[in-house]
Design a protein around this ligand. Structure first.
Ligand code: SF4
Length: 467
């Protein structure tokens, strides 16, 4: 996985020039934005709750090792098997080994960004275990053989017509795009067979609770419950940061997650899994495995990047980001898109693989305003940009330009002389007080930049003092 600057620019420009995609992005992100604001307005003091949540996340990360140790102990006492994975390969092969041990050739999955991060489907498929996504959006993009384009709505870029075509192919008969109930009932019927035939169910984890060794899953379609209870084996994959010490903390997490993600007071289904089915339970898995994934996360602990581990993957920052809303999720070249993707991808996959992402921001601060954990994404973007300069990952011409600018700005007379010369030279190109910026230099669509003023501030100030 990697993304050059040119590739990002190319993908972003392509997305910005696609009217269908732009309409889909604006429609979906707009709905999420409004729903989130309405849902937060219903709380007596949403800002105080966010401050409280920030404090919970900071305190938890400060003693992350202790909480994870308690979680492992309690989960094991409840009958679950806990596995630790240093990286994506270890995590994916741990899941594969469990599937093989149980002779599973079919695995049903509920939505999991962590599973996307470790390319689990590719590993399973290559080893003869067919993974089937059961979240409707994830199933759509699996049928289309595409990556997700949004943390919460993986298929928000797809139109009804495209979905109907995919479902028709799967059902073996034409399905009309306007008959939404028929489309969803077809998906339900086809997926129900998979739940019953699967040897293993694979899920992510929204939050894990150390005091009882439980993992919590939230879904709106109920597929999470079937994935974690119909097959005989359930495997949950979680990043090391998805933990809270107590149920009181989890309650705050869940109250903010649903409101920030989809504008709901609660997700429709909240499932708590504490070990496998007990002997007197009517159903449930015989075995529960929890794979705890590091994959670079622990590198952030104790550094200026630690704050990004407070993310609860609600997607609110994507919906308000002017760059994401133009470029869409696929431009980011990895499962994590938008502002959080721009700071998480360099941590998980390496800054040299994703040098363009920290620059994919206007630093407007809308992500910080929207984030339930008040993660200062603009600061993190600047930290990554500074790291890119230190590691000489920026292009040579940019480094040269900045070095020259530093020299010029350090000498007032030289800076004034260059400013005067630039104002003269710009005359043939500037129209109505602005320049047209060439498309190839722009992040998204072409735009105009203001021309230098006829008289500089210093000149005006001098004249004012003289006058
Ligand atoms: S950074 Fe904040 S707003 Fe963005 S996904 Fe994470 S928790 Fe949500």
């Amino acid at each position: 996985m990697s993304l050059t600057r040119d590739r990002f620019r190319e993908q972003a420009l392509k997305a910005a020039a696609d009217p269908r995609l732009q309409a889909a992005l604006e429609g979906a992100t707009g709905r999420f934005r409004h729903a989130r604001l309405d849902a937060l307005a219903e709380l007596p003091d949403a800002d105080a709750l966010r401050d409280h949540f920030k404090a919970i996340r900071e305190a938890t990360l400060a003693r992350l090792d202790e909480h994870l140790t308690v979680f492992e102990q309690r989960a094991t006492e409840a009958g679950a098997h806990v596995h630790w994975a240093r990286d994506a390969t270890e995590a994916a092969y741990t899941v594969l080994r469990i599937a093989h041990r149980h002779g599973a050739s079919l695995a049903v999955k509920s939505k999991s960004m962590t599973a996307e991060e470790i390319h689990l489907n590719d590993v399973l498929e290559a080893a003869g275990v067919a993974p089937v996504e059961t979240d409707l959006g994830e199933w759509i993009i699996q049928l289309a053989n595409e990556p997700p384009s949004h943390i919460i709505g993986p298929a928000i870029h797809k139109t009804r017509q495209q979905v109907a075509e995919l479902f028709s192919r799967e059902a073996g008969r034409p399905l009309p795009p306007d008959d939404i109930p028929l489309l969803t009932s077809t998906a339900r019927r086809l997926l129900r067979e998979k739940f019953l035939a699967a040897g293993v169910g694979i899920s992510g984890v929204n939050v894990a609770v150390a005091e009882t060794g439980s993992v919590v899953l939230v879904t709106n379609e109920g597929n999470g419950r079937l994935v974690t209870s119909a097959p005989p084996v359930h495997v949950a994959i979680m990043g090391i940061e998805k933990i809270v010490p107590t149920w009181d903390d989890a309650a705050v997490w869940l109250a903010l997650l649903a409101r920030s993600a989809t504008g709901q007071p609660m997700s429709v289904y909240t499932s708590v899994i504490t070990g496998p089915a007990r002997p007197d339970d009517p159903d449930g898995p015989r075995e529960v495995h929890i794979v705890i994934l590091d994959n670079g996360r622990s590198r952030a602990l104790g550094t200026p990047f630690e704050e990004l581990l407070q993310c609860i993957r609600c997607g609110a920052c994507l919906n308000v980001c002017p760059v994401y809303r133009e470029a869409g999720g696929h431009a980011y070249g990895n499962p994590y898109s938008g502002p959080i993707g721009a700071v998480v991808a360099p941590l998980l996959f390496g800054l040299c693989e994703f040098p363009a992402l920290p620059e994919a921001s206007s630093l407007c601060g809308a992500c910080l305003d929207a984030c339930p954990a008040r993660i200062d994404i603009p600061r993190l973007l600047l930290e990554w940009r500074a790291t890119a300069v230190e590691e000489r990952l920026t292009p040579w011409y940019e480094r040269l330009a900045l070095r020259l600018a530093a020299r010029v700005l350090a000498h007032r007379r030289l800076a004034e002389a260059i400013s005067r010369a630039a104002r003269l030279l710009q005359r043939p190109f500037a129209h109505n007080g602005s320049f047209h910026l060439p498309t190839s230099l722009d992040v998204a669509r072409p735009r105009r930049l203001p021309a230098l003023a006829e008289r500089s501030f210093r000149e005006l100030w001098r004249d004012e003092l003289a006058g």
